[in-house]
Design a protein around this ligand. Structure first.
Ligand code: SF4
Ligand code: SF4
Length: 91
């Protein structure tokens, strides 16, 4: 079984509020690398038509990589509320 198949077994209990908040002003002012677009293993960061960063929190694997990679401090990231988020099924 490859990694994609294993990840496909995960279950998500989706909250009705995001646990990832982006300070777009910081993104526009201070960030050239936009590392969030490349480091997220679930590819949750995208650009909207206006060129602003968006995060699709519902598929978050809760690895914390984006928080570490965003050296500009534009992200406010917390774990999803109790009972929500990813449930790993294969380690
Ligand atoms: S890495 Fe941080 S500052 Fe840069 S675009 Fe992503 S969220 Fe914004
Ligand atoms: S915590 Fe991991 S999976 Fe979730 S948005 Fe950040 S990099 Fe992506």
């Amino acid at each position: 079984m490859n990694i994609e198949a294993k990840l496909g077994l995960n279950v998500f209990k989706i909250d009705d509020q995001t646990h990832i908040v982006i300070d777009h002003e910081v993104c526009q002012r201070a960030c050239r690398l936009r590392s969030c677009l490349t480091v997220c293993p679930a590819h949750l960061y995208t650009l909207d038509p206006q060129g602003r960063i968006q995060a699709d929190f519902e598929g978050c694997l809760e690895c914390g990589t984006c928080l570490i990679a965003c050296r500009e401090g534009a992200l406010k990231w917390i774990y999803p509320r109790a009972g929500h988020g990813v449930q790993y099924r294969f380690g």
